[in-house]
Design a protein around this ligand. Sequence first.
Ligand code: ZN
Length: 322
Amino acid sequence: MTEEILPNLYKIEVPLPRNPLKAVNSYVIKEGGQSLIIDTGMNREECMRVMSAGLQELGVDLRKTDFFITHLHADHLGLVSSLATDTSTIYFNQPDADAISSGFNWDRAPNFAVLNGFPKDECNKAIANHPGRRYSSRGRLDFHILQEGDTLSIGDYFFRCIATPGHTKGHMCLYEPNKKLFMSGDHILIDITPNISLWSDDENPLNEYLNSLDKVYSLDIELVLPGHRRSFTNHKERIEELKHHHQTRANEVLSILKKGTRNAFQVASQMTWDMDYDSWELFPPPQKWFAFGEAVAHLKYLEEKGRVQKHRQGNGAVYSLK
Ligand SMILES: [Zn+2]
């Protein structure tokens, strides 16, 4: 159930039923009676069951436990409202805390998607079934906000906060320079690529993400403990692959627009997706939703780079090559 990865640092693999991510990694550092939990799982029974059993196995006392949450997504933050006690501190970042307190963008994002060609009925279905909505934390959480360069220590672990915007606006990693250890959340993953999505006109998350990759590249890291899948050692190689991946995706978007003007939903439907469905039409609405978000993030990136032009069409937008 639990795996000791380094002295006093354990991993609990928390299952995410019927989710392509399969599981989220929760890390527990236990020193003396005190514990720090990094990311928690979704606010649903299947996660709680595994988490409770794991914490019990480790002898974690939740009254002496603090939490560090890498970003606002429900698979990382969701369960914290059930685990935290009134003596827990929940460390988090300001941009994601702001996104939560403004109701994330459950009103604005669907509007943005429909204006970019997402069919309204499918959009409603995607939103209704969105795991981020169903399994997020409940109630108001009191966060202790950390910023770039702030430190967080427990026992032998002296972490430094590294702001890595891109996957979310406030995504934050923890770096332990003495142990050359990097808790990457969803910033760098191996075997799968982190989802980079755009849900409003005034952001450019892919550009932020690529800058955050460059920032982490220069760190002296021996072991990456990510939010999903297995740990890995070759962070520079992985960062180069991720940058290459987004370059390839951007080129694919350009080659789709070479055939003519498209809205973002049409671009998404013509991109290649690593999914177990025979055609785009068979994708369940939530998968179309994630794919659309990625497509539009690449369009925005290319628009800012001057490669693509956005035109108004009715209330919406279409894109063409520049
Ligand atoms: Zn995430």
